[in-house]
Write a protein that binds this ligand. Structure first.
Ligand code: AMP
Ligand code: GLY
Length: 420
C-alpha cells in the first residue's frame, strides 16, 4: 500500500515539531512542507508550490491524504486554506476561514464569548483615539488590542497615559498593523495557561497544557514577544481547575461553534488567565501555540498522523494519542534586536553538541557548506524532557547553553518562574 502523504503548512519551530511528531507515526507517512524551511527539509520534502492556488493544485496532483495547518495566516488568507482543501476534497486539519475569525478578529471572539456565556474580561471596541480615551477613562492598567492578526504584537498592557498614547499612535496614526478597530479590555490578573483542544466537530480532546513566557527578559521584564520559552506538563493545572476549564470554557466553546454553524476540525488554542474569580479566556488561536508546540509534542504518545487524518475526515479517535506524565521545558534562542527587529546571517555554533534535547528550528537558513545561520527573530527552540520539572529544566538550559551565535538572547528563568 502506498504510504500516507501529509503536507504541513508553515515554516517555524512549531511546524518543525509537528513534522517530527507526524513523521513518528506507525503509518510511516511521507511528509511534505510548505513553505517549510531548510531544517524542516531535512525530514520533510518541499511542496512544489509558491502560493495557495499552486499548493492546492500540487496537493491534488500528488494525491496528498492530509493537509495540516500549522500557521494561522493561511487559514484566513484569500479563500482560506481549509475552505480550499474542502473544495478540492483534501482532508484538512485546521478550520475554515469563517471559524478562524475566532483568532483573526478579537471583536468577533469577544462577541462569541459573550454570546455563549464564556468567562472573559470585559471589553469595548473603539474606532477612533477619542473613543478609546473615553472608554479607558482613568482606569489603569488597561489592555489595548488591535482587532486583527498582528503576529502577537497588536496587544499593549498599558500602565499609564503615556503608554496608551503611544499605542493609539501606533494603531490609528502610524497604522502599524493596518486598518482596524481597537478593543479596550479589562486588565486581568493571575497566571496564564495555554490549553490546547483537538476539535472534531462536536468533540474535543484536551491535550497537555503548557505555559509560555511572553516577555523578552528574565523576571518577565521587557517587551512582549511571540514567546521566549515554554513549559508543558499535565501538572501545570490542578484537577479542580482542569475540570472547571473543561466545563466552563472548552465545552461551551465547542458547543458555541456548533450553535453558530461554525465548522471546526483542528487544534484550538485557549489562552487563559487563571484569575482569582476562576479561569477566563484572553484569546483563542486556531492553531497550536509556538513555542508551546515544541514543548508539548515531545510528550506525545501514540499516532498523531492517524489521529489528525481521522479527525480531518470527521472521525474523532481520542484513543490514538495520549501524553506522557513527564515535564517538558523549551528555551528559545532569539537573534539580536528581537522583538523590535531581527538579525539574519549570524553563524550558529554548537548545534552538533546537543545530545539530550530536541532542537527545533524557528528561523534558520542552511549555508552551502551545510552549516546553519540565523534567519529571523526567534531562531531555535531547545526542548528537553524529564520525569521531574527539575530534570527537564536543568537539561533544557544546559543543552541550550551549548549553542551560541552573535547577539543571541535567551531567558535563564524558563521553567523556574511562573510554575504555580
Ligand atoms: P493576546 O495576543 O490577546 O494573547 O495578548 C498578549 C498578552 O497580553 C497575553 O498573553 C497577556 O500576557 C497580555 N494580556 C492580554 N489580555 C490581557 C488582559 N485582559 N489582562 C491582562 N493581560 C492581558
Ligand atoms: N505562544 C503564543 C502563541 O502561539 O500565540
Amino acid at each position: 500500500m502506498a504510504a500516507m502523504k501529509i503536507v504541513v503548512v508553515g515554516k517555524g519551530g512549531r511546524e518543525h515539531a509537528l513534522v517530527t511528531a507526524l513523521g513518528a507515526s506507525a503509518l510511516q507517512p511521507e511528509i511534505f512542507a510548505y513553505p517549510g524551511s531548510d531544517a524542516i527539509f531535512e525530514t520533510a520534502s518541499p511542496a512544489d508550490a509558491h502560493d495557495l492556488d499552486s499548493l492546492i493544485g500540487w496537493m491534488l496532483r500528488k494525491h496528498i491524504d492530509l493537509c495540516v495547518a500549522g500557521e494561522e495566516s493561511y487559514l484566513v488568507a484569500g479563500d482560506g486554506l481549509a475552505n480550499r482543501c474542502a473544495h478540492a476534497g483534501i482532508p484538512c486539519w485546521g478550520p475554515p476561514k469563517e471559524s478562524a475569525q475566532l483568532e483573526a478578529s478579537k471583536e468577533f471572539a469577544k462577541k462569541f464569548l459573550r454570546r455563549h456565556g464564556i468567562p472573559t474580561g470585559h471589553a469595548e471596541a473603539a474606532a477612533t483615539p477619542d473613543e478609546a480615551r473615553t472608554l479607558i477613562g482613568k482606569s489603569y492598567p488597561t489592555v489595548l488590542k488591535f482587532d486583527g492578526l498582528a503576529a502577537g504584537k497588536g496587544v499593549a498592557v498599558c500602565l499609564d497615559e503615556a503608554s496608551v498614547e503611544s499605542f493609539l499612535d501606533d494603531v490609528f496614526v502610524k497604522r502599524r498593523f493596518g486598518e482596524g478597530r481597537l478593543l479596550v479590555e479589562e486588565f486581568l490578573t493571575g497566571l496564564e495557561i495555554s490549553i490546547f483542544g483537538a476539535v472534531v466537530d462536536e468533540h474535543c480532546l484536551i491535550l497537555c497544557p503548557a505555559r509560555d513566557y511572553k516577555r523578552l527578559s528574565d523576571g518577565d521584564e521587557g517587551p512582549n514577544t511571540g514567546g521566549m520559552g515554554a513549559v508543558a506538563s499535565r501538572c501545570l493545572v490542578n484537577d479542580d481547575t482542569f475540570a472547571r476549564i473543561e466545563r466552563e470554557i472548552v465545552r461551551p466553546t465547542v458547543e458555541g461553534l456548533r450553535k453558530d454553524g461554525l465548522p471546526y476540525r483542528g487544534f484550538l488554542y485557549f489562552g487563559l488567565m487563571l484569575t482569582p474569580d476562576g479561569p477566563k479566556v484572553i484569546e483563542y488561536n486556531c492553531r497550536f501555540g509556538d513555542p508551546e508546540c515544541e514543548a508539548v509534542m515531545p510528550l506525545l504518545k501514540g499516532d498523531l498522523a492517524a489521529f489528525c487524518l481521522a479527525g480531518a475526515k470527521g472521525d474523532f479517535r481520542p484513543e490514538l494519542i495520549s501524553f506522557s506524565e513527564d515535564w517538558s521545558v523549551c528555551c528559545i534562542l532569539a537573534s539580536k534586536g528581537y522583538p523590535g527587529s531581527s538579525h539574519s546571517g549570524d553563524a550558529i555554533a554548537g548545534l552538533d553538541r546537543v545530545r539530550f534535547a530536541h532542537v527545533f528550528h524557528c528561523g534558520t537558513k542552511k549555508e552551502n557548506d551545510g552549516t546553519f545561520v540565523t534567519h529571523g527573530g526567534r531562531v531555535l527552540a531547545v526542548s528537553a524532557q524529564g520525569a521531574t520539572l527539575d530534570e527537564a529544566r536543568a537539561l533544557a538550559h544546559a543543552e541550550a547553553a551549548l549553542i551560541s551565535f552573535d547577539g543571541m538572547q535567551r531567558r535563564t528563568d524558563i521553567g523556574y518562574r511562573n510554575i504555580s
